[in-house]
Design a protein around this ligand. Structure first.
Ligand SMILES: Nc1ncnc2c1ncn2[C@@H]1O[C@H](COP(=O)(O)OP(=O)(O)OP(=O)(O)O)[C@@H](O)[C@H]1O
Length: 646
């Protein structure tokens, strides 16, 4: 139960923590950006330099997409992140889209004419909007106290969510939801969602069909003619849900900055929905004209004479006026489309988008609720829905908090799971469709009280086999390769202070390479995960020499955080830490390790130093588990001693 006596008191504590956290993050960002040299920013992954401008093309909503190339390097700029572009004293704001190892696209509102020359630098910028919206939503939740009408309703819902109101038991009337494809626990969750008078919580451990369940529930709500706002913490998750709903024939609208919506979901955005409308042709014509005006204007360089400058100015003015018309037409059409579309998908921050400011929804769904700070979950709740559905898994990664012991570190989802255990509103999905049982086993014991079972489709997969010429047999789905007693040791990157471990990186890449060569099961996807950026960089450089997968795809390498929600056929994990103090840093967040261990469908290869890891009881148990499953190997024993000539 909560430690506070009223919801108001609790939210006051959350608000003050939010303000402190924002201050700390803002200061850290400013300090980093000010105090670090360009080389350090690059090493931290916060800057990309030098960028070479390739082209600029007119983008959705009259914006511009600028394409740059750079030498291959890893960085922390993610798709959809706010960035700044610099050249000398010139600067412009933008949003990063479509990132690859040697190219990056940035969407900007207006074309910066200095961008074509010189070396351009890109830096991560602070996400002001997100913080502003979180602050606003939380304040609204606080002010809802003692108010009548809609605000009063908001307070009642808030008090229920946070456990300050007695709840009546939920009666599950089975309502037909026309999906025979759900398993029993998914079916119960959907029934609960359809029957709850206030909220339902869906706890979906890895691979248990959280998305499948939510889509079935939303489809049923849609058939009941309810309006639903579907939110998630990340753009990728929102797009996935929107596409799945669309596949079910449900008319959805994806709201968000066009630069943050992936191609596949573009058809569901305003622009996509506009294609079939009468204004579409006229808009296309205006856009072509705008592009033409822009090109004409740019033919006159600034250094030309007064007449050319005047001509340039007048063309630019015409261009801007046309852009304004385009935006206004889009706005009117948006209003109309929103009116007619009952299911809207957006990120939590996107829920405050002006285009849906006035729209009411009967149900708000929040997927990936464990990846969002509590105040972010209140943004869609400002819509005063009757019903809230939260889905997630609090045993996986939570948002990173800078300040220790902050009331923010517990997510709203985790609070609800804890406070509503006996309310009949928490639904646990217990059947998983991803991992071979031996991969799941340890995580199941440690995080899910052994309640997860594996679906037959996984159990009936053909066993792994080695090629006849293979001199060793490694057909188990789980391998823990212990580097204890070897030369393996961790090092620290001088610039970024991130950790790496050459021996482990080399060992892991070689194991994967040999297995690819000698195994008969050709994986369609292989990913290597490390908790430290420096180790990720090292693994990436080693992987570039390794043959690609039989499908021609490359081996992916990244930090744990970027694989949350994803799955691959094979996963290799390099724990990296190896030191006399038995200091394990990041690995202490066991939820991070849980995510790393539960991404693999067929094969999970763990490489680490038992001496360092075993000082922590969780890792000691993990190693004992591998031993009990005959999945533990020392690097000095066969088959590794001969498999890997280090
Ligand atoms: N009832 C079901 N019958 C058959 N397959 C299912 C069922 N439910 C889920 N699956 C399959 O399990 C896989 C995972 O489902 P889904 O993507 O819905 O899971 P999730 O819980 O959202 O995953 P994550 O672990 O990423 O959160 C998918 O391949 C899906 O087709």
């Amino acid at each position: 139960m909560a430690r506070y006596s009223t919801a108001n008191e609790e939210l006051q504590a959350v608000l003050s923590a939010l303000l402190d956290e924002e201050k700390a993050e803002r200061a850290e960002h400013a300090d980093l950006m000010k105090g670090l040299s360009l080389a350090q920013k690059k090493a931290e992954g916060l800057a990309v330099y030098p960028l070479r401008f390739q082209e600029g093309i007119i983008y959705r909503g009259g914006r511009w997409k600028l394409r740059f190339e750079h030498d291959p390097l890893s960085h922390r700029i993610t798709e959809g992140a706010p960035v700044k572009l610099f050249r000398d004293d010139e600067v412009t704001d933008g949003i990063a889209v479509r990132i690859s190892s040697a190219a990056i696209d940035v969407v900007v509102d207006d074309y910066p004419d200095w961008i074509e020359e010189g070396k351009i630098r890109l830096e991560a910028s602070f996400p002001d909007l997100t913080w502003r919206e979180m602050r606003f939503a939380l304040q609204q939740m606080l002010e809802a106290e003692d108010q009548k009408g809609e605000k009063g309703q908001r307070a009642r819902l808030r008090d229920r969510l946070l456990g300050y109101t007695e709840l009546s038991a939920l009666t599950l009337e089975s309502e037909p939801h026309r999906s025979n494809e759900l398993n029993a626990s998914q079916d119960e969750a959907v029934t609960g969602i359809l029957n709850t008078p206030d909220f339902a919580v869906v706890h979906g451990p890895p691979g248990t069909g959280k998305t499948t369940t939510l889509v079935a529930a939303i489809a049923a709500l849609y058939r009941r003619e309810e309006s639903v706002l579907v939110c998630a913490a990340t753009n990728a998750a929102v797009d996935l849900l929107a596409l799945k709903l669309d596949e079910q024939g449900i008319p959805v609208l994806r709201i968000g900055h066009p630069a943050r919506v992936y191609d596949a979901a573009q058809a569901l955005t305003l622009e996509g929905r506009m294609e079939s409308r009468s204004e579409a042709k006229l808009l296309a014509k205006y856009r072509a004209e705008a592009a033409q005006l822009f090109r004409q204007a740019r033919r006159f360089r600034r250094s030309f004479g007064a007449a050319e400058r005047a001509e340039r100015e007048s063309l630019f003015a015409e261009y801007r006026a046309l852009q304004k018309t385009i935006r206004e037409m889009e706005k009117t059409a948006l209003g109309d489309i929103i009116e007619r579309t009952p299911v809207v998908c957006a990120t939590l921050t996107g829920a405050s988008h002006p285009s849906i400011r006035e729209k009411r929804f009967t149900t708000v769904v929040i997927d990936e609720a464990t990846q969002a700070l509590e105040p972010a979950c209140y943004i869609p709740l400002l819509k005063n829905p009757e019903r809230i559905i939260m889905a997630g898994d609090h045993q996986q990664l939570a948002p990173l908090i800078r300040l220790p012991a902050s009331p923010l570190s517990e997510t709203l989802f985790a609070k609800m799971i804890e406070r509503h255990k006996d309310s009949g509103r928490v639904f646990f999905l217990n059947e998983q469709y991803r991992m071979q049982p031996v991969i799941l086993g340890f995580s199941n014991q440690r995080f899910y009280e052994g309640r997860l079972v594996t679906h037959d489709s996984v159990l009936n997969r053909p066993p792994m086999r080695m090629k006849p010429e293979a001199e060793v047999s490694l057909t188990g789905s789980l391998l823990f390769v212990d580097t204890a007693g070897s030369d393996a040791t961790e090092e620290q990157d001088a610039d970024s202070e991130s950790r790496f471990n050459r021996f482990e990186a080399m060992l892991l890449v070689r194991i994967v390479e040999r297995m690819l060569r000698l195994g008969e099961d050709d994986p369609e996807s292989v990913a290597l995960i490390a908790p430290y950026r420096a180790q990720v960089d090292l693994l990436r450089s080693l992987c570039s020499d390794v043959a690609t997968l039989p499908t021609g795809q490359a081996i992916e390498v990244d930090t744990v955080d970027s694989f949350q929600g994803a799955e691959r056929d094979w996963i290799g994990v390099s724990f990296t830490r190896n030191n006399e103090e038995a200091e394990i840093g990041f690995l202490k967040d066991l939820r991070r390790t849980n995510v790393a261990m539960t991404r693999a469908r067929r094969r999970l290869i763990l490489v680490g130093d038992s001496t360092t890891l075993s000082m922590h009881p969780f890792y000691a148990d993990l190693i004992a588990y591998a031993q009990s499953e005959s999945s533990y190997f020392s690097v000095w024993e066969e088959p590794f001693a001969s498999l890997v000539d280090l």
